[in-house]
Design a protein around this ligand. Structure first.
Ligand SMILES: O=C[C@H](O)COP(=O)(O)O
Length: 262
């Protein structure tokens, strides 16, 4: 089976208007020569309002960068004020959508059942879910992080077929590492990512488990990406803060590609 291509996805969170988005994508495209894209897949996940502008830029200049969204509705259309559907994201050419990010779980009270519906909604419309999960610090301190994360994986994939599961990306993001500067050690990241892959094999077989990309997220920077992606079961990163600076993000992507630096 072919090796899993690393994925570096930049989650911009609620930052950058559409003009700033265009400027950042142009800078990334300028800083990261095309040869790197053969070794690493690179995606940006801007706020909804930026997506059309990025689509125009990517299509117009035939950029190899992918793009996506940070959330979607579990519904396809209808009276759901403020929601954006998977069908709409697909129409805009989105490759990815994050689902179940800890900030959605905390600030929007999204539970495992809703996350599961959103995973299915994304798959239904051909937008790859980047399914986020991870433990809070109290769970880690109690030593229950592996069980917590594998339980979240099982809940999020309830009713998802093996064929569909092959197409998802899982992102392990320990809550205590997000935006704190406290990156998990590469051994910690490997421990949970490996356990998630074992659970995927239990659910859907070895073939699916070895095809699914499992990312790490939480204070990833150019200074720690190489060690993280050197781990057997870490297939890239979901990057927050460091994805907002073109030079740093390009450097990080180049290191994930195995270098050299651009
Ligand atoms: O989705 C990205 C994560 O929340 C990580 O954010 P961070 O890199 O700013 O810690």
């Amino acid at each position: 089976m072919a090796a899993r291509q690393p994925l570096i996805a930049g989650n911009w969170k609620m930052n950058l208007n559409h003009l700033e988005a265009i400027a950042l994508v142009q800078k990334i495209a300028f800083s990261l020569p095309e040869k790197y894209f053969a070794k690493v897949e690179v995606a940006v996940l801007p706020p909804f309002v930026d997506i059309r502008s990025i689509q125009t830029l990517v299509d117009g200049d035939k950029l190899l960068l992918k793009y996506g969204a940070q959330d979607l509705s579990p519904h396809d259309s209808g009276a759901y004020t403020g929601d954006v559907s998977g069908r709409m994201l697909a129409k805009l050419g989105c490759s990815y959508v994050t689902v179940g990010h800890s900030e959605r779980r905390e600030y929007h009270h999204e539970d495992d059942a809703l996350v599961n519906k959103k995973v299915k909604a994304a798959l239904k419309h051909g937008v790859t879910p980047i399914f986020c999960l991870g433990e809070r610090v109290d769970v880690r301190d109690a030593g229950n992080h592996v069980e917590h994360c594998t339980n979240q994986l099982v809940a999020g994939l309830k009713g998802v077929s093996a064929e569909q599961a092959r197409d998802i990306v899982v992102a392990y993001e320990p809550v205590w590492a997000i935006g704190t500067g406290k990156v998990a050690s590469s051994a910690d990241a490997q421990e949970v990512c490996a356990a998630l892959r074992v659970k995927l094999a239990e659910l859907h077989g070895e073939d699916v488990a070895s095809a699914v990309r499992v990312l790490y997220g939480g204070s990833v920077k150019s200074g720690n990406i190489a060690e993280l992606v050197a781990q057997k079961d870490v297939d890239g990163a979901l990057v927050g803060g460091a994805s907002l600076e073109a030079d740093e993000f390009a450097k990080l992507c180049a290191l994930a590609a195995g270098g050299p630096l651009p």
